[in-house]
Design a protein around this ligand. Structure first.
Ligand code: 3HC
Length: 718
């Protein structure tokens, strides 16, 4: 795992543990042995640590977390490097992260190629640097940079790292050759003072001021996460305590975090995010299907979603034809794109060069003829089957045979849309989440006839435009919206029965959702849900009236309609479930008028208001969604619980530190979740979503561990 060789007077320790040279046990042993050997080797006067393949070590081996730790620990390896009688040079390329950066900071010199990135991303795994990084980084960079870097987990580009003092030299050309030259040069220099342990933390007397600013920031930015706060505290101790005491403090905080449920959930989410890239569908998988090249694109529909999708494509450097039916809509889409781009530049999310290039890549048009040669089209017109079919029939006639035809539908079965074409194998769903330029989930959907090649193309496109793509099989509502349906219906039923919108929102926000369901409704528009409900009724061959209490055999609550009738559409009208400071305002306050609407709704239907506990609010929303999640698994809409969890994290901003609804259910215990679902099935009749799922029952009864759920899914499908 670590190859030892000698080149002239320099020993080279080449870490060879693909794919990311993680510092697993064998690598730690290899580094320890290598340093000891180099120190004793009479030919050797300096030592290089370098990574083979694509990167310098990118951190500890996360798969070892939670297992009994085996010596030598990383700190012991680091101490050997630090106290080595010969200078040690870290030669960095790729990603030097976590334990990798610890090794580099223990070394006496650090050189890097300009494309390298360094950082302490432990915080994203619910941890903090575990081998003294919080004590040594601040000695190099000063407290504010160390606090920010460690609490954000940001990857810092090499040039910036040099500015911070982390990297000594940026080098070009062959890294090993340059490192050999550098290591020879430093042989004649004294190097004991290069040891960070002996440096003083700059401006240590201002630690209180820096820490309080950093804490205010992280508590706001990473609300609910424990690790960022602990990261600031660890760095703070580098200024307040001696090096040894600071190391101990870091260790205590590390162990504390390591045992927390948050770290477990965040580490699960790390691997879940990678697991969902390994997609499978009948007839193909990520291993067998080849994506088609996408060099040019078109977006049909320049509304909010279409414009947002265009921004994603343009930001990734893809040319986009934006097609609308009239000049007015087209121009308003172009304006929206420009304003999103300008906002992103202002927030530092997009560089000025990217925004300038995007302007040249955007081609607004009113003519379908212009898009005949594009490689991929994304339709983003109104969520109406007839309109979508009309668009796809036109696309079928005009687009080149190899073009991939995507629909940004949030609910409609792909098979019904692809039936309007003579090439259903090229038709695939690409469901973006609002706002499309911001939310990271891309729910890709295959229909019965979609080809694995088309799926491979949109899975790759998702990565290209910096989304997290998750593949699901087509059905009404797919994965995310199918689970969201009981979740948000229950929110309204709870208010119908006696809770206030504020109480429901509070329970959700206390759990870690960034916004409660009623604030979300006000943001997305009460008029939108009003219209969607009418579309659903139309598909069901019925209509909604004041008397409607059931829709498609399911309980229906007309409260949303009463708000709509009063012109309270949400933020866009300055009032909805809440009152806002102005039209388009963001500050939601409780509104007596809204309360009156709710009260008179209850009275008119003879509903006697009852007190509802936070526990009931929580369970009815989240457990009904979990029950639906098991149904989705059972039906093979997705292949593993990770796909559900990642969809919630990146589609609905579910708190990552809870892992996702399915992981959360596994932590609560499936038997308990199942029992509560049975309870609500009895107490909340008339909602199909409370029918306890058979797969859930089976897994609960057999006490099947989370990691085995996916195996039972495929068995239950057979
Ligand atoms: N441990 C174990 N496996 C790891 C790993 C790690 N630190 N980092 C990546 N991997 C695995 C991934 O799970 C994936 O495996 P798979 O192919 O079986 O799915 C494979 O390596 C490739 O990873 P990516 O798909 O993420 O590859 P990318 O090229 O897109 O990204 C990366 C590379 C930027 C290094 C990214 O993998 C990453 O961010 N890794 C985690 C880095 C990290 O968090 N390091 C800190 C670890 S904690 C630590 O060091 C504690 C210390 O302070 C004591």
């Amino acid at each position: 795992m670590v190859d030892y060789s000698v080149n002239g007077s320099v020993a080279v320790l080449m870490v060879n543990n693909p794919p990311v040279n993680a510092l697993g046990h064998a690598v730690r042993v290899g580094l320890k042995t290598g340093i000891e050997r180099g120190a004793k080797d009479s030919r050797v006067r300096s030592i290089i640590i370098i990574g083979k393949g694509q990167t310098f070590p990118a951190g500890a081996d996360i798969r070892e977390f939670g297992k009994p730790s085996k010596e030598p620990w990383l700190t012991a390896v680091g101490n050997l490097i630090k106290t080595c009688s010969k200078p040690v040079v870290a030669a960095i390329h790729g990603t030097c992260l976590g334990g990798g950066l610890e090794i580099a900071l223990f070394s006496h010199y650090r050189i890097a190629v300009s494309s390298a990135r360094v950082g302490f991303p432990e915080v994203t795994l619910g941890l903090l640097p575990g081998a003294g990084g919080s004590q040594r980084l601040s000695r190099l960079t000063g407290l504010p940079v160390a606090m920010e870097m460690i609490s954000s987990g940001r990857h810092v580009p090499a040039r910036k790292a040099k500015e911070y003092g982390i990297i000594d030299e940026i080098v070009s050309g062959d890294l090993l050759k340059t490192a050999l030259k550098f290591a020879q040069e430093v042989q004649s220099r004294p190097f004991k003072d290069r040891c960070l342990r002996y440096k003083v933390v700059p401006n240590a007397d201002r630690v209180e001021e820096y820490a309080s600013a950093a804490l205010t920031q992280v508590k706001k930015k990473y609300k609910g996460f424990e690790a960022p706060v602990a990261c600031v505290q660890a760095v703070r101790s580098s200024a307040e305590l001696s090096y040894e005491e600071g190391m101990k403090r870091e260790r205590d905080l590390f162990l504390q975090l390591g045992q927390s449920g948050q770290a477990k959930a965040q580490q699960y989410a790390f691997f879940a995010e990678r697991a969902v890239t390994k997609w499978q569908m009948p007839g193909g998988s990520y291993k067998t299907a080849k994506p088609l090249p996408v060099r040019s694109t078109a977006v049909i529909g320049a509304g909010t979603m279409g414009s947002g999708i265009a921004v994603c494509l343009l930001s990734a450097g893809l040319p986009v034809y934006l097609l609308e039916q009239n000049e007015k809509f087209l121009q308003s889409g172009v304006k929206l794109i420009e304003s999103i781009m300008a906002g992103s530049v202002k927030l530092g999310k997009v560089s000025m060069e990217t925004a300038k290039r995007a302007a040249t890549l955007l081609k607004p048009t009113l003519s379908y003829d212009d898009i005949k040669d594009v490689d991929l089209v994304i339709e983003a017109v109104f969520e109406n089957l007839d309109i979508k079919k009309e668009v796809f029939s036109k696309l079928d006639k005009i687009c080149k045979p190899s073009a991939i035809l995507c629909t940004n539908t949030s609910t409609i079965d792909i098979n019904r849309i692809s039936s309007a074409t003579s090439r259903p194998e090229k038709v695939v769903g690409t469901h973006f989440f609002a706002p499309a330029y911001h939310m990271k989930l891309l729910e890709n959907i295959y229909g019965t006839k979609t080809s694995p090649e088309a799926v491979a193309t949109v899975m790759k496109l998702g990565k290209t435009i910096n989304k997290v793509p998750v593949l699901v099989k087509s059905c009404h509502g797919f994965l995310a919206n199918r689970m969201n349906a009981p979740f948000s219906s229950e929110a309204i039923f709870l208010v119908e029965e006696g809770a206030s919108p504020q109480e429901v929102d509070q329970v959700n926000e206390d759990f870690g959702m960034p916004m409660g369901p009623f604030k979300v409704r006000d943001l997305s528009g009460i008029d939108i849900s009003w219209r969607i409900n009418r579309e659903v009724a139309k598909v069901l061959g019925t209509s909604i009236t004041k008397e409607t209490r059931f829709l498609g055999g399911n309980r229906y609550c007309g409260l949303n309609d009463d708000f709509y009738d009063k012109g309270r559409y949400g933020r866009k009208t300055g009032k909805g479930w809440y009152l806002y400071e102005k039209v388009g305002g963001k500050t939601a306050v409780a509104d007596p008028e809204a309360e009156e609407i709710i009260n008179s709704y209850r009275q008119s239907r003879g509903i006697v208001k009852r007190k509802i506990t936070p526990q009931e609010i929580f369970e009815r929303q989240f457990y009904s969604a979990i029950n639906e999640g098991f149904r989705i698994l059972e039906e093979g809409i997705c292949n593993m619980p990770e796909e559900i969890d990642i969809s919630w994290i990146y589609g609905f901003s579910y708190p990552k530190y809870r892992g996702g609804p399915m992981f959360y259910a596994s932590q609560i215990g499936l038997q308990r979740v199942y029992d509560r679902i049975c309870h609500y099935h009895e107490t909340c009749p008339y909602s199909i979503h409370w029918v306890p799922n058979r797969l859930l029952k089976k897994l609960a009864e057999n006490n099947v561990p989370f990691t085995q759920w996916a195996n039972h899914v495929s068995k239950s499908k057979m």
